[in-house]
Design a protein around this ligand. Structure first.
Ligand SMILES: Nc1ncnc2c1ncn2[C@@H]1O[C@H](COP(=O)(O)OP(=O)(O)OP(=O)(O)O)[C@@H](O)[C@H]1O
Ligand SMILES: [Mg+2]
Length: 214
């Protein structure tokens, strides 16, 4: 059972977007058994699942903030969506559940500063320092050729953790979210660039570097 957590204490950076799109990627492109565990009482990813059309590949929903987060043994992928403002013992408890953590960061000075503090806290987690949980960052909602994106790129490259993807700012994520689908399930002509941008992330997630070291 592969366990992947979208995490960042900063609100609105794209945790639910990454979690829902990744869940739908594995369900639709790999025909895998996927459970989406929503740890956020805001319920963004469970509501996304509730809006998912019946003819789309099934993703099982667990509202982990109110029910036990126990995925069936036969599950291939558990994708977890974390709430914002997660610190201390609650952070430790969630980190313990994940082999891999994905941290989306927005191109904004406030988000970069918040991410720097959060990543510092995360690197102090025993599981992360022992490489039992692997961490990567993703630049999200990027508008290329903007100065602030160049700042973000520089910031992410300087971190001690891998920088595995850059996702552009596009209505495609909003359109998909509305309908309970992912960018992988929209018309290919519309999402060509987005699918390309997910490839390095998906490749990293397939590699040993994203898994606990033996
Ligand atoms: N790459 C993107 N392009 C355009 N819009 C995006 C992108 N990523 C996220 N969004 C939008 O930004 C908003 C915040 O994203 P999302 O809900 O995924 O963040 P979050 O980190 O889960 O927020 P919260 O901390 O509130 O749980 C949403 O409206 C989402 O549709
Ligand atoms: Mg969210």
């Amino acid at each position: 059972m592969r366990t992947i957590l979208a995490l960042n204490a900063k609100g609105g950076c794209g945790k639910s977007t990454i979690a829902t799109n990744l869940a739908a990627y594995y369900a639709s492109e790999e025909q895998a058994k996927v459970v989406l565990e929503d740890f956020d009482p805001q319920g963004s990813s469970s509501e996304w699942l509730a809006a998912r059309p019946d003819d789309r590949p099934l993703i099982q929903s667990i509202r982990a903030w109110t029910e036990p987060a126990r995925a069936p043994r036969t599950t291939d992928y558990v994708i977890m969506d974390a709430p914002a403002a997660l610190h201390g013992s609650e952070l430790t408890a969630l980190v313990r559940r994940a082999e891999t953590i994905l941290i989306p960061v927005l191109p904004s000075p406030i988000d970069m500063r918040a991410a720097a503090h959060f990543i510092q806290e995360l690197l102090l987690q025993g599981r992360v320092s022992r490489k039992q949980t692997r961490v990567a960052v993703i630049a999200n909602r990027v508008r290329e050729n903007t100065l602030v994106y160049q700042d973000l790129e520089r910031f992410l490259q300087r971190l001690k953790i891998p920088f595995v993807a850059t996702l552009r700012d596009t209505q495609n994520y909003i359109r998909a979210a509305e309908r309970g689908v992912s960018v992988f399930e929209l018309a290919p002509s519309l999402v060509y660039t987005d699918l390309e941008q997910w490839q390095p992330l998906l490749k990293w997630l397939r590699s040993k570097r994203s898994l606990p070291s033996p």
